[in-house]
Design a protein around this ligand. Structure first.
Ligand SMILES: *Cc1c(COP(=O)(O)O)cnc(C)c1O
Length: 393
């Protein structure tokens, strides 16, 4: 089946049997699986990773989705989690031990950074080196004898800077350093990090994979041995398992992943080009624009670009910025992204809670930075909404 196209793979449900010919598999809303005999249950324990015993381990509703995600990402196996953060924490824990050195990039997803910096670091004596990640020599310079993990997010959050995945892996592998990538932005449709040799690929399925803003979930994809090890340790023991209904919703979502991503990409490019040419806009951060500094690298390692971008308003007058933000009618105000609906969020809202304007400007973030998720509405309507409200700035 390996040579089928992604649209076809997403539409068929693989090996898990459908009950009574139902065109959509049922939700396996059960906590345990009964066996016929002493010998039967005894035998399943010999292969816990592949058996249905108890739904904290495997459940068919999750399994269908795991097999499908492994296949479209080019991995041997996958494990769903209750959230993206569940997947990220399990993946990182599987690669580190007390005192490990980790290399990561600035502007990784905020809570992932909090997990490393404010939780793992003090608790497990982890040492972390932050680099911009846009230049391979930064990775070379950061590597130490005790480096056990390089944690990537490409494109990264807010500013969408890229890392050259293939080159980083070539550096890491011979030194026995594990690599993890958060591939949520590109989705499995537009970027295949496992094909470059990355050890573990993670997604927040709450974004594009779910796509309907009705599920919180995460996934880790990798080799059979890597995922089997996570299964018996970080997955089963920490217990962040997905509910059968959430998994079933993801199966529903996956059927349209490719066509949704194509549409997000098309509309996002139109919106980005409109913003780039607009006199009230200082800067647009979108890897799909030819003017994006790492456009060539993006083209090399991604087959497309998704719908999340940032832009900086020219004005730094907070009243005007708020007026713009509050006046949009098609971009709803909220965190998260990747759903059917367009959203807007201002990173300054988070940063103003902890930092001064000068401090977050030092991180490359401005008061007038806006993050938008371009949804599935007509691009023309989104552009006229933006245009109307930009006049207010
Ligand atoms: C949302 C998000 C996560 C975390 O996923 P949850 O499902 O919310 O736990 C991780 N990485 C990125 C890039 C995200 O946007």
């Amino acid at each position: 089946m390996k040579d089928l196209n992604i649209e076809t793979l997403l539409t068929h449900d693989g090996k898990v049997a459908h009950s009574k010919g139902a065109v959509v598999p049922p939700i396996y809303q059960n906590s345990l699986f009964t066996m016929e005999s002493w010998d039967a249950i005894d035998k399943t324990f010999d292969d816990r990773v592949n058996s249905y015993i108890y739904s904290r381990g495997n459940n068919p509703s999750a399994r269908i989705v795991e097999e499908k995600l492994a296949e479209i990402c080019g991995g041997e196996s996958a494990k769903l989690f209750a959230s993206g953060m569940g997947a990220i924490s399990a993946a990182i824990l599987s690669c580190i031990k007390k005192g490990s050195h980790i290399i990561t990039v600035k502007n990784i997803y905020g809570p992932a950074n909090n997990l490393l910096q404010n939780y793992f670091k003090p608790k497990f004596d982890i040492d972390i080196t932050y680099i911009s990640g846009t230049n391979i020599t930064e990775f070379e310079d950061a590597i130490r004898a005790d480096t056990s993990l390089i944690y990537l997010e490409s494109p990264s959050s807010v500013v969408f800077s890229l890392q050259d995945i293939e080159t980083v892996v070539k550096l890491a592998k011979p030194r026995g350093i594990k690599t993890i990538i958060d591939n949520t932005w590109a989705s499995p449709v537009f970027q295949k990090p496992l094909s470059f040799g990355v050890d573990l690929e993670i997604h927040s399925c709450s974004k594009y994979i779910g796509g309907h803003s009705d599920v919180v979930a995460g996934v880790v994809i990798g080799s059979q041995a890597g995922i089997d090890s996570i299964f018996t340790k970080e997955f089963e023991l920490l217990g962040a398992k997905i509910a059968p209904f959430e998994a079933w919703l993801l199966l529903r979502s996956l059927r349209t992943l490719k066509i949704r991503m194509d549409q997000h990409q098309k509309s996002a490019l139109e919106v980005a080009r409109f913003l780039e040419d607009h006199p009230k806009i200082e800067k647009v951060y979108y890897p799909g624009l030819e003017s994006f500094p790492q456009y060539e690298l993006g083209k090399k390692q991604m087959s497309g670009f998704s719908g999340l971008m940032s832009f900086q308003l020219k004005t730094s007058d907070l009243e005007k910025i708020k007026k713009f933000f509050n006046s949009l009618s098609l971009f709803q105000i909220g965190v998260s992204w990747g759903g059917h609906e367009s959203l807007i969020y201002a990173p300054a809202i988070s940063y103003l809670k902890e930092l001064t304007e000068e401090q977050f400007a030092g991180m490359g973030i401005h008061l007038g930075d806006m993050r938008i998720s371009v949804g599935l509405e007509a691009a023309e309507d989104l552009i006229s909404d933006l245009d109307k409200c930009l006049k207010l700035t």
